[in-house]
Design a protein around this ligand. Sequence first.
Ligand SMILES: [Zn+2]
Length: 274
Amino acid sequence: MSTSQNGWKAGTKDQIKIVSPKVPGTNVDFPQGVLAGDVETVLMYVAEQFHRTVEPLKDGECWGYFYKNIEGSKELSNHASGTAIDLNAPAHPMGKANTFSATKVKAIRKILDFCEGVVRWGGDYSGRKDDMHFEINKGAADVARVAKKIRALSAPKPPAPAKPPAKPPVKPAQLVVDGKLGPATIKRWQQIMGTEADGVISKPSALVKAVQRHLNAHGARLVVDGDGIRQDGRRYQTARYLQRYLGVPVDGLLSTPVSNTVKALQKRLNDGKF
Ligand SMILES: [Zn+2]
């Protein structure tokens, strides 16, 4: 296969992959097409920026692939490899110099600079000027590098880093279900009932008062005196209602040294509730 002036493979549309992209943000397309892939990305960037910063592109006046020799030469034109485009061709015909104002040339230079020398402008030809003409001037690796830079411009921003998952609520250490109404069990019970968590059942006890109120709300008929929950082998009315509430045999006493009522209570407290 032959190559065009810039070294890219030239051929028929069947031999090289030519596509007809639309210039992003315009209704202008390149009916004859350009070489698909990185070349397409770079040339369409040039066209888009030209449209935005130099002058609006005119549909039907922008040209691409064309299998032909460079005029007056036996060398294949870069249009023959799909690596050249002509923008607003009629207004900037080949052979006519200075068809762009100084301001427009400045804007063109900016586009070329962004492309890091990968694109050459026909207005820069040393011989016959070709103001409408932009062509790929480097090999595949350079074109790929610039194409990547261009794609990054329009790539959606990576999503903000996901928030770290919320920490699971710290589960208080589980009580040992030993049937003993010790300080740890009392303290947990106090925490759950919302009374001062000192791990002690005083006389009278704010905890026991809270428990009595709670039991009363569940059908007990207790005097709220803050007494009646003690693991001393004696019977208490409050203990009786506590047992009924916990669903254990009801005898009114928290036996020593191990009480099944206290075990039931500890299991319940370990579930974080009373
Ligand atoms: Zn051209």
